[in-house]
Design a protein around this ligand. Structure first.
Ligand SMILES: C[S@@+](CC[C@H](N)C(=O)[O-])C[C@H]1O[C@@H](n2cnc3c(N)ncnc32)[C@H](O)[C@@H]1O
Length: 258
């Protein structure tokens, strides 16, 4: 029944499949992968076992060697053939997913779009370390960013500017630039600030480690980290005894009186 309804709608579903562990797929993502005729997937960042849920007959297309026009042309053709098309992105598609330009091209062809969110890399890395990145009086802010590389950073978002806040900072796409990141961050954070480093977190060969900021570059070189690495630099990690207000007996709110 669901499949019949989906087929009637001429749309491409952009699906965030999470960091790699198939159990972190949302039910919605799972349902859509199961019924898709065509699965276009970011093979460089998604483990193949995510496709285990797909129909054997589905066509699976890797995007690592394709450019934007090639990818969108395939989507348009498959939709015009009446196929159910899903486009899989790692993590959550709104973060460094390059979905906007795909969506613009599809919309110009009057193709409808839907986006299904997913668990992002920083969330699984934090979860593996049981970390809360927003501790009262330490930081209430999480910055999701990257080091400027071939894709430059907007002028007002240099790491130096962001680091001034002393918030939890999650660095995506930054392993190649970690020397520069460490130097900049050390201007604002103590050398002993905890850093969660995660490589292919939740993949079969993935791992995470808790290190200190002063060792971030050395560690990255030792582990030969270049790709699929997340860094969480945070004063909130193992630092504070301060309790949040939410569950404090002396703090009342709509659902609980003092
Ligand atoms: C193009 S970005 C996409 C991010 C993705 N949309 C997300 O929400 O996690 C790819 C970068 O995300 C990070 N990343 C994605 N999956 C990861 C994982 N399983 N473990 C560690 N880092 C990951 C790495 O920094 C990688 O270079």
């Amino acid at each position: 029944m669901l499949e019949r309804i989906e087929r009637m709608v001429n749309k491409v579903s952009f699906i965030g499949v999470g960091p790699g562990d198939p159990e972190l797929l949302t039910l919605k993502a799972l349902k859509k992968i199961k019924i898709a005729d065509v699965i276009i997937w970011t093979d460089s960042l998604i483990p193949e076992k995510i496709l285990d849920f797909s129909k054997e007959s589905s066509e699976k297309i890797k995007t690592s060697s394709l450019n934007l026009e090639q990818i969108t042309t395939i989507m348009i053709e498959k939709i015009q053939e009446g196929k159910t098309v899903v486009r899989l992105h790692d993590g959550d598609p709104c973060l460094f997913g390059a979905i906007r330009e795909q969506i613009e091209i599809l919309k110009s062809e009057k193709i409808k779009i839907e986006v299904v969110p997913g668990v992002s890399a920083f969330q699984i890395a934090a979860a593996y370390h049981e970390a809360e990145l927003t501790i009262p009086d330490v930081t209430q802010t999480i910055i999701l960013t990257r080091a400027g590389g071939r894709t430059g950073m907007p002028e007002k978002e240099s790491l130096k500017d962001l680091a001034k806040h002393n918030s939890s900072i999650c660095l995506y796409l930054s392993a190649r630039h970690i020397k520069r990141c460490q130097e900049t961050l050390l201007e604002f954070y103590p050398p002993e600030t905890k850093v969660i480093v995660g490589f292919r977190v939740s993949w079969d060969d993935g791992w995470t480690s808790l290190i200190e900021l002063k060792d971030m570059e050395k560690f990255s070189i030792e582990k030969k980290l270049i790709r699929t690495t997340i860094y969480i630099i945070s004063p909130a990690i193992s630092n504070s005894k301060k309790r949040s207000n939410l569950y404090d007996p002396s703090y009342s709110h709509l659902f609980r009186k003092k």
